[in-house]
Each structure stands twice: as structure tokens, then as C-alpha cells.
Design a binder for this molecule. Structure first.
Ligand SMILES: [Zn+2]
Length: 453
């Protein structure tokens, strides 16, 4: 498995459109959106963690229209000063019930206060991470002030100021942690007693597109003076190779039961095999990552995937590993370490003059090293002659590993097929013609000969 590291960060200075109604005053807020789709732990670069003693904490939340999902933690989650511990933690979030396109969420601060910031946080592994809402504020003393009873009342809303229109969706990405900070241009967002959030589904095409809101802070005064949520202490094992060339860490914060196995069984595999993989896959001027990080995450956050590599971080599915300690666990880590050493150009990035590296090769090389070099005795990727006859060499994973093994064995030992294929892929100059260059036969000829063997 391979997943791109996604980190999105942008400034949006939003000058808000008036909605054509005289009755709602358009405000002006500086909107900062931070979205980190790779986050395994709550945190952002610019926006601090939620506060535990912000002014919102003393307010009363009320759902004016819409229903909280029965699995959600309800509106109380929004200012309880606690955050979810992982990306799929419904009880620690507020979200509308399935199928609901929008809802109106009100916060009564009990008296008018000078608000400097409103910060909303969300976290989900899929399409429910992004935030889409419009925020209004009022003191309640405005002439013509009325409380809307439904979304239908919004166009004619009187006495409210529209503070901001928020949409933190990032094209082409899903899942992760989002934080949206609304700040006044001069440190003052406005004087309000009532805040009204018109929250909309982040993914209207999906019945389950309602945002997982983790916390909404309302800040008066200096945000730097607030007390912030404390994350549980990180637990990790750190070690390196004897020559100090490579350093590794395995985070076990969410899987302390795996610490002993990691120390006794996994660590030796990492220390021995990462440098070996590096030596197997050299390239001119290539410097492999010298620090590799591993972390165990809950199955819900891994979305059922056993493991994946992104950059030099390898995420491991806690539940899957628990069940595979005597089975596939070590070999799976070897496969992922190959991805770290591959360091192929990100999909979509312009390549020098080669074609995009086909997915079957991206996965075939790690499975080749795993099944034919690391654990050849397991026979995990062997194919009977009958199976092979009806197999496709580009079927990825074990089948492609079997094909690579056959090609490598059919050539002289010093032909360097593996490293040359990999170096071409890494350097953006892979093309199907490479097979001809390396072996004297085309990819199709090789595939046919492999099938017939
Ligand atoms: Zn993989």
C-alpha cells in the first residue's frame, strides 16, 4: 500500500459577499484554514490546539433545526475542551444525522462579549473532515432582531451580522484534520451574544457527509493566554543501526500491547532490512531517508488497510497487527520499507521523460523483495504452472512479484534488473521500452514466456 502525504495549508482572506438582503450585514473576517490529511495526532502548524477555558465553554449550545446523530457525542462536545483520539471517534464529535443536508446550530453566550476569534476543529478519516458553514452573530438588541426557526428563514434574517462563509474542502483530498480560524482584522470579530452556525453537509452526494465537528472555540481577549488541550504523552521506541546511519521510531501511544512484540520481534527486522533494501535499490546520487517513523493506528482510522507508507512514515493497522504477529506482520513491514526506499515521484507530478510508473510495478517490487528475498521459504508468492498460465504479469502484488522473480532469474546475476527498473522509476525515466533494453525482450514477450514456463 502506498499513500501520498497530503498536507494542505492556505491563507484565505475572505471579503464576504453580501447576500443581497439589507437585513443581514456582511462582516469581514480573516479566515485561516489548515487541513492535514495525514494527521495521526491532533495538531496544526499555525492554529493552536483547542482551548479548555475559552468563552464558548460557558455558553449554551442548541440545535435550532436538524438532529444530532444518535452516535455523535451531541452539541456538548463542541465546547468540552476535549478532542477525539483518532480519526473515527463519533462519540467525541458533534455531527448531524445521516441524510441531513444542513442544520442551524446556535450558541448563546448569555451576554454580549467582544469576540476576537472563533476557531472550529474537525477530524475524520473520510469526507466528513471538511467544514462548510456560514456564521452569523448578533447581540440580540438589534432592531428587528429575530431568531430564525428554520433554514428557510435565513434569507430574510433580520438583526444579524454575517461573520464569515467557511468552506475548508480541499480539491482532490478527503479525510484528516481541519481547523478554521476566523479572526477580526483588528483583533475583534465583533460584539455578540448569539452565534448562529448554518452548517451544511461537506459531501452532499453522500448520505454520510455531515462534518465531524470536534470543538468550536469562542475566544475573547488574547488567544495566547488560553489554556490548551493536552495530548496524551507519546510513547515510542527509538533505535538505530549500529553505524548510526539510520534512525527509527515506532509510536505505540495507541497500542501499548504491541510494545513487547515490537521491541523483540519487529525491531531486529527493521534494523537489518532497511539498510539491505537501500543497498538493493541504489541510484546515482540517491540518498534514502535516514529517519523512518512507524506508528500503530486504530483500524477505524486505517479504514481496514493493514499498512501504508507515505514519505518516510509507515502507518500500521493496530488490530490487523494484533492478529498477524505470528503471520504476515513482519513481511508486511518489509514491503512498506521498500516503498520508503522507492521514493517514486508523486502521482501527477511531471516526469522527466518517462511514463508514469505503473501501479503493478510500484507494488510488485516491494512484494518481490518481501516474498523472494526476505522470506523465500514461505512460498507466499509462488504460483503453480496452471495458475501462472492464466495469470497477468501486471496483476500487481504477489503475481507481479512472481513475474519479477522469473525475469530476474532468467537474466545473468549481474544484469541488475531490479535496481535498474527501480532507479528508472525513481528518476522519472521509466518506460515500457526499458524491458527491451534490460533483457533484449519486450515486456509482452517476457510476460508470455513467464506464463508458458
Ligand atoms: Zn504497497
Amino acid at each position: 500500500m502506498r499513500r501520498e502525504t497530503l498536507f494542505l495549508y492556505c491563507w484565505l482572506a475572505v471579503s464576504l459577499p453580501t447576500n443581497g438582503q439589507q437585513t443581514v450585514e456582511a462582516g469581514k473576517a480573516v479566515v485561516l484554514v489548515e487541513a492535514d490529511s495525514a494527521g495521526g495526532r491532533f495538531g496544526f502548524l499555525r492554529i493552536p490546539l483547542p482551548a479548555v477555558n475559552d468563552t464558548g465553554r460557558g455558553g449554551l449550545w442548541r440545535l435550532v433545526t436538524g438532529h444530532a446523530d444518535a452516535n455523535s457525542g451531541g452539541v456538548g462536545c463542541l465546547s468540552d475542551g476535549r478532542i477525539p483520539l483518532h480519526a473515527d471517534d463519533p462519540g467525541s464529535n458533534f455531527f448531524l444525522t445521516a441524510g441531513m443536508a444542513d442544520g442551524l446550530l446556535a450558541l448563546d453566550l448569555q451576554k454580549s462579549v467582544s469576540i476576537s476569534e472563533v476557531v472550529s476543529y474537525s477530524w475524520h478519516a473520510g469526507g466528513r473532515a471538511a467544514q462548510v458553514y456560514t456564521l452569523y452573530g448578533a447581540t440580540g438588541d438589534e432592531s428587528g432582531f429575530t431568531f430564525p426557526e428554520s433554514v428557510a428563514d435565513l434569507p430574510g434574517l433580520t438583526g444579524w451580522t454575517q461573520i464569515a462563509v467557511v468552506d475548508s474542502r480541499q480539491p482532490g483530498t478527503q479525510g484528516g484534520q481541519h481547523a478554521v480560524r476566523l479572526a477580526g482584522e483588528n483583533g475583534l470579530l465583533g460584539n455578540f451574544r448569539h452565534l448562529l452556525f448554518h452548517v451544511r453537509s461537506a459531501d452532499p452526494g453522500d448520505r454520510f457527509g455531515q462534518t465531524f465537528f470536534s470543538e468550536i472555540d469562542v475566544v475573547t481577549g488574547n488567544p495566547a493566554e488560553l489554556r490548551r488541550v493536552e495530548l496524551p504523552a507519546v510513547r515510542e521506541l527509538s533505535f538505530g543501526t549500529a553505524d548510526n546511519r539510520y534512525e527509527f521510531s515506532v509510536e505505540t501511544t495507541q497500542s501499548q500491547e504491541l510494545e513487547e512484540w515490537t521491541e523483540l520481534e519487529l525491531k531486529p527486522v527493521i534494523v537489518e532490512w532497511y539498510p539491505r533494501i537501500v543497498r538493493m535499490l541504489p541510484g546515482a546520487g540517491f540518498e534514502p531517508p535516514r529517519r523512518v517513523r512507524f506508528r500503530y493506528l486504530p483500524d477505524a482510522e486505517m479504514q481496514g488497510v493493514p499498512a501504508y507508507a507515505a514519505g518516510s512514515v509507515i502507518s500500521l493497522n493496530r488490530e490487523w497487527f494484533r492478529g498477524e504477529l505470528q503471520g504476515e506482520a513482519r513481511g508486511c513491514v518489509v514491503h512498506e520499507m521498500v516503498h520508503v526506499v522507492q521514493q517514486y515521484p508523486a502521482r501527477g507530478r511531471r516526469l522527466r521523460d518517462g511514463a508514469a510508473v505503473p501501479g503493478w510495478l510500484v507494488e510488485g517490487i516491494p512484494d518481490y523483495i518481501r516474498w523472494f528475498v526476505y522470506e523465500p521459504k514461505s512460498g507466499g508468492a509462488s504460483l503453480s504452472a496452471e495458475r501462472r498460465r492464466v495469470s497477468q504479469h501486471d496483476a500487481s502484488y504477489r503475481v507481479s512479484a512472481n513475474f519479477l522473480d522469473w525475469v530476474i532469474r532468467s537474466q545473468p546475476a549481474d544484469a541488475g534488473i531490479l535496481w535498474q527498473l527501480n532507479a528508472a522509476a525513481r528518476e522519472g525515466r521509466y518506460s515500457p521500452e526499458l524491458w527491451q533494453t534490460l533483457t533484449g525482450k519486450s515486456e509482452q514477450q517476457l510476460a508470455e514466456a513467464w506464463r508458458a514456463e
